[in-house]
Write a protein that binds this ligand. Structure first.
Ligand SMILES: Nc1ncnc2c1ncn2[C@@H]1O[C@H](COP(=O)(O)OP(=O)(O)OP(=O)(O)O)[C@@H](O)[C@H]1O
Length: 219
């Protein structure tokens, strides 16, 4: 049965300095579905997220959120509904506790109040000791930063998860644990970008391989 289409790219093209990065890119994302985008470096995967979040605009084509073309108004609905974890992990200064406060103070997160024990349960699940709360975030390893951010954003419990290479620094066992956890969240719509093989053999994942001549027409 066809579910509700949350996101749609319709013949979207984007060029930088006259070079097409995306050409006639098509993608439909159903509510609650899990999508993996993979393809070689520089092919335009992150550009898809930046278009979706309204950081950049398409040159041609349409981008729809809940069947309405993305505009200055509904882009804020999307941002409120979404979690975006990018490849740049040093998102703010301070201890983990201060970073949590910063994230919860974003206008789009004001509805969620902090519940330390709920968050500590997630830390424990992702094998982080609670004393990490008082450590300087920037001093953590790449894998610790990824697990801290995954815990915080899981805690926020949003509708839409846009995850760019969030398992890259984890060991194999933890990659599997994180991926399986994310895929088990039935109500979340998830789009992940990853080079990690561990994503590929998971059930229930729509896999979109980017490449070829026109870099588009995926459904
Ligand atoms: N603002 C910009 N100005 C000029 N070129 C850009 C801009 N943003 C992206 N590009 C170029 O567009 C191409 C696609 O970039 P993008 O970050 O989407 O690739 P990617 O598939 O996510 O790569 P990776 O797997 O390495 O993260 C790259 O060649 C990049 O240099």
């Amino acid at each position: 049965m066809e579910g509700i289409i949350l996101i749609e790219f319709k013949n979207v093209s984007k060029k930088f300095q006259d070079k097409y990065i995306l050409r006639n890119f098509n993608l439909k994302v159903q509510e609650g579905s899990k999508t993996l985008i993979f393809g070689k470096s520089g092919i335009g995967k992150t550009t898809i997220f930046r278009l979706l979040l309204g950081f950049i605009k398409p040159d041609e084509g349409q981008l729809l959120y809940k069947n309405e073309e993305l505009n200055g108004k509904n882009v804020w609905d999307l941002r409120r509904d979404a979690v975006y974890i990018g490849q740049e992990l040093d998102i703010a200064d301070g201890t983990v506790r201060e970073i949590i406060r910063t994230i919860l103070n974003y206008k789009i997160n004001l509805k969620k109040s902090f519940n330390e024990s709920e968050l500590l349960k997630l830390f424990d699940f992702f094998e982080l000791h609670e004393n990490i709360l008082d450590k300087d975030f920037q001093s953590l390893s790449g894998g610790e930063k990824q697990r801290v951010l995954i815990s915080i954003f899981t805690f926020l419990n949003k509708k839409l998860y846009l995850l760019d290479e969030i398992t890259s620094s984890l060991d194999r066992e933890m990659k599997n644990k994180v991926i399986e956890y994310l895929l088990s969240k039935k109500e979340w719509t998830l789009i992940a970008i990853s080079h990690d093989q561990e994503w590929l053999n998971k059930e229930g994942l729509n896999i979109i391989e980017m490449g070829g001549n026109n870099n588009g027409t995926y459904n």
